[in-house]
Design a protein around this ligand. Structure first.
Ligand code: IVH
Length: 695
């Protein structure tokens, strides 16, 4: 945009209003380009001019300051470069419960897993969920040696110099004799400090932050730690990473130990004897929330006993022993300006409402999902309608309901397209399904671009600097048509450096980021392929089962027709059902997919999954559990077997190594006997796994 050169003092009120509106749109857009998509379109200096102009107009016309004014939202500090470090113990995230019933379900799941009766009670540690950023602090011989951000949970950024400036974080542990202790917790800023910081920033023309969380993140990620030192950051400790020894047996005692070591513990942390008491404490924290001087977005329940935590383990990236009970979503009312159709990487058409920007829970929202065709029809949602929207945590905002009573007749019903808006191919909605899909596959630019975006996304190849805009541009220039092309970009260095807005430095950074990913763990590769229904957890499952991409591909190819051993192998993998198996097979049968994968494999090195355990007698063996176990649940038995490197299958076949039989085992036990397989009772199985654990 062109910034008006008219002095702000000469503006009429109408001109000022119009300019503020345009500035809000533009600043929001460029902010997103810069911070979320890593793809700025304009120079920083031009951006700053826009922010300054906005501020100047607001100073003269304070009554015109908009609800969505960019001066409330301009984002975090520019992404400084920090060294990436792997966590010794992954930093997990929490799954969510959105109401009491879901929290009680969690309690039931835990009891079922531990084979406890539903009436049996055990304690929970209940704590506020602090809305800041988590950090792992490593102490060796009581000395603070490293601070690493969460990152993707596997590796984060080293910010040691910065965290040394935070007074809540001890440089040295008191009353501790451990060789290694990793303490984890949340860095945050109080609401009062946030406001004071923003005022000071505004005064000196610096960046203004959208909320305390962004302010804390921006303050921590400073290349110059003396800036961090000037920012009022705080810390609550609440979890452990690597520990050379454990001196406590419950989470609550661990929190007490953290206090003795010199940390601050959230004062609302509470030991509840039952889930009912935990829910009561949720209410206590919920009613305290408005008066707290820091943001919280829910309450965390943690199984208190550490031996239980150990047995429960984790599923995918979250512990089975903890859950976040979120506060109800925030709602707001705004108008639908238009409805766009987005085409996803699997061809699914998704309607998205473009909204008049509105602040919901501290964040400006200008898009919300409308889910699918029927959702729009059932709620009779029209362009121009006043609607209620809701935003819950990090979930995409959604349109909840229409305020139809105040329509003025200008609202237009939406006609759902039958053709793909990107490539014009038919968009088909199979009988009984909610989703309409473009049939264009990779000839559809939207699907192709979405697949490429998914390919480089954080949990897949994680290539920094290759944002949506750059992918689209490189595609336009014929430099990027398939994943393998990413690894050939270095051959086009000269052409890249000549691109408008690209300098030698950014090209070098991008190529270096790409080089770093030429080696890729198998589970990431499988996830990156973007096969329908195959998410991260399934990617890992498949990686562990097949061990190599060749083996996965060969089995998928052999499984066509379904009436064969390869098909049995797929659906024999626990958690893989018919429909997932079909999607996998369909993917690897497509010539185009297979050839594109071959070309990609020429460019990269695939790292086989880390063997969970290789020295246990059950490593690499296939185990089937059947009947009712008495000392543990089936789920616990399965989790333990997988930790020891075994594969757990759902059905007995000639490939099964062990069949573990509990009470009332039926047809599977008979089949095992017929096939002459090794049959173990529960005690024999436990003896075998304990022998493995003590090695
Ligand atoms: S425990 C293994 N406790 O929530 C469990 N997390 O979605 C590790 N968080 O990344 C987390 N307050 O940043 C735990 N009292 C609390 C928390 C808390 C905030 C954040 C943390 C984590 C995220 C998980």
């Amino acid at each position: 945009m062109v910034i008006s050169s008219k002095p702000v003092t000469d503006l009429t009120e109408d001109e000022a209003r119009a300019e503020l509106e345009q500035l809000a749109l533009d600043i929001h857009y460029h902010n997103k380009r810069y911070h979320s998509e890593d793809a700025p379109e304009i120079a920083d200096a031009d951006f700053d001019l826009m922010v300054r102009r906005n501020q100047d107009i607001e100073t003269i016309f304070p009554h015109l300051i908009r609800l969505d004014s960019p001066s409330h939202q301009v984002g975090a500090a520019p992404g400084a470069q920090f060294t990436k470090r792997r966590h010794h113990v992954p930093m997990l995230s929490l799954s969510n419960a959105f109401d009491d019933a879901e929290a009680r379900d969690f309690d039931h799941r835990v009891k079922r897993f531990l084979n406890l009766s539903p009436e049996e009670n055990f304690a929970y540690s209940v704590e506020p969920k602090i809305d800041g950023l988590s950090i792992s602090l490593r102490y060796e011989n009581q000395q603070l040696v490293a601070g690493i951000t969460r990152g993707d949970g596997i590796e984060g950024e080293e910010v040691t110099a910065n965290i040394r400036t935070i007074s809540d974080i001890p440089q040295q542990l008191q009353n501790c004799d451990l060789e290694i202790a990793e303490v984890r917790g949340e860095i945050f800023m109080t609401k009062a400090d946030f406001q004071a910081l923003n005022m000071a920033q505004e005064k000196k023309g610096g960046k203004v932050f959208a909320n305390p969380r962004n302010a804390a993140a921006g303050s921590l990620r400073q290349k110059d730690a003396s800036i961090t030192a000037d920012r009022p950051l705080r810390f609550f400790a609440y979890a452990a990473g690597e520990m050379s020894a454990w001196k406590v047996t419950s989470h609550h005692d661990y929190l007490d130990q953290l206090k003795r070591w010199g940390f601050k513990i959230n004062p609302y942390s509470h030991r509840a004897e039952t889930i009912a008491e935990a829910l009561e404490h949720y209410r206590v924290i919920e009613s305290a929330r408005p008066d707290l001087d820091y943001d919280i977005d829910g309450v965390v329940y943690k199984v208190d006993r550490l031996d239980y935590q150990n047995r429960l383990g984790q599923v995918s990236r979250s512990p089975r022993w903890a859950i976040a009970h979120k506060f109800p979503a925030e709602k707001a009312e705004t108008r639908i300006l238009g409805i766009d159709i987005q085409v996803g990487r699997t061809g699914a058409l998704t309607p998205v409402a473009r909204l008049a920007p509105v602040t919901v829970g501290g964040v400006v929202v200008s898009n919300a999902t409308l889910h699918n065709e029927d959702y729009i029809k059932d709620k009779d949602i029209r362009v121009g309608d006043l609607v209620q929207i809701q935003r819950a945590g990090d979930v995409i905002p959604q349109v909840l309901s229409v305020n139809a009573s105040i329509r003025d007749g200008q609202e237009t019903p939406f006609v759902y397209p039958k053709l793909c808006p990107s490539c014009g191919s038919p968009a088909i909605r199979p009988e009984g399904e909610a989703v309409r899909r473009c049939v264009g596959q990779l000839s559809c630019p939207a699907q192709l671009l979405e697949r490429l975006r998914h390919f480089v996304s954080r949990d897949a190849f994680d290539i920094e600097g290759l944002g949506a805009k750059i992918i689209a541009e490189l595609h336009q220039d014929n430099l990027l048509k398939e994943p393998a092309d990413i690894f050939r970009l270095s051959e086009h260095k000269a052409a890249l450096s000549k691109r408008a807005g690209w300098g030698e430095v950014s090209v070098n950074n991008l190529l270096a980021a790409i080089e770093q990913r030429r080696q890729i763990p198998l589970e990431r590769l499988i996830y990156a392929l973007g096969i329908r229904q195959i998410g991260q957890a399934t990617g890992l499952l498949l990686a562990r089962h097949f061990g190599s991409i060749d083996q996965l591909m060969a089995t998928a190819e052999a499984a066509i027709g379904q009436d064969n051993a390869a098909w049995e192998e797929f659906i024999g993998i626990d958690q893989i059902g018919d429909s997932m198996a079909q999607d996998l097979i369909r993917f690897f049968h497509d010539d185009h997919n297979r050839l594109a994968l071959m070309r990609l494999l020429d460019q990269i090195t695939v790292i086989p999954p880390e063997a969970v355990a290789t020295n246990s007698p059950v490593a690499g063996k296939t185990v089937v559990f059947t009947g009712t176990l008495s000392q543990m649940s089936r789920a616990e038995a399965k989790a333990k077997a997988e930790l020891l490197g075994a594969k757990v299958a759902g059905s007995v076949s000639a490939k099964t190594d062990y069949v573990v039989i509990g009470a009332d085992a039926g047809s599977k036990a008979r089949k095992a006997a017929e096939l002459g397989l090794t049959i173990l009772d529960e005690d024999a199985w436990i003896a075998l796994t304990q022998a493995s654990s003590s090695e």
